[in-house]
Design a protein around this ligand. Sequence first.
Ligand SMILES: N[C@@H](CCC[C@H](N)C(=O)O)C(=O)O
Length: 274
Amino acid sequence: MTEPIRFTKMHGAGNDYIYVNAMAFPVRNPEELAIRLSAPHTGIGSDGLVLIGSSKIADFSMRIFNADGSEAMMCGNASRCIGKYVYDKRLTDKKTVTLETLSGIKELQLTTRQLSGSREEVTEVTVDMGCPVVGETALQIEAGGNSYTGTVVSMGNPHLVIFVEDITNINLPVIGPLLECHPLFPNRTNVEFVQVLSTDKVRMRVWERGSGITQACGTGACATAVAGAVRGKTGRKTKVVMDGGPLTIRWDDSSGHVYMTGGAVKVFEGELEV
Ligand SMILES: N[C@@H](CCC[C@H](N)C(=O)O)C(=O)O
C-alpha cells in the first residue's frame, strides 16, 4: 500500500532540499526516501531530504538526510528554509523560532515582508549557529597527487576549509570525493575551497559529504568564515559568495557564536506516493 505525502521543494542560496512536514506525514524510512527523491532523473532531484517535526524542547525539530541517505547533524541552509516554511504555512506566528537539531537547539530570527492584506512571508533568516569547534588550523593533507593545507572546523558537522590563490584552478569533481573520504576523516568530511577577495569577502565552492557539489552550504560558509578569521585572512564578518549566491556570516566576539544570514525560497509543492 502506498501513502501520499505532501512535500515542498525549497532552496537556500541554491542548496535545494525536499521538505516534509513529518508531524502531518510521518516518514518511515527517510534514508531510503532521501536517495529515491534526490535522484535527478527518476526522483524530484535535490541535495537531500529534510523532515520538520515537533519537539519537546524547542518549537520544531529538523532531521536532514543527504542525497546518499546519510543523516547529518546540522544544515544551515535547511534551518533558514524551515524558518520560512513554518511561518509562511502559519505553523507558528513567532518571529523568533527555536529548532532542535542533532547538534543542539538553534535560534532563528525571521525577517518578513508584507503581502496583500494581513499576510506576510519570510524573506530572510538569521540563524544563531552556536560556537564553532576549531581543530587543526593548518593540517597538511595529500590527495590526488597534490598537497593542501586545510583548517578543520566543526559547525556540528565536519568541514575542511582550504584557502587557494585561484579557485578556478580547482577540479572539484575530482578532488572533492578524495578529500571527503580521506583516511584522516573516518566519518568523512565536507570540503570547502576558498579564495579570499578582500578582508570581508571570499569566494567559496563546496563538495558536500553525502551530496557532492552543491550550490551552497550554510555550515560550510560558517566554517569558512571562522577559518578565515582564525588564519588571519578575514575579519569577524564575512560575505561568503558561493555558486548559488552569498551568505553573510558574523562571528561574534563576546559570545563566540556564529550568526548566518541569508534568504530562503520556496520552489514548488507536490504530492507523492511512498
Ligand atoms: N548543506 C548543508 C549541510 C548538509 C549536511 C552535510 N552534507 C553533512 O553531511 O555534514 C548546510 O547548508 O549546512
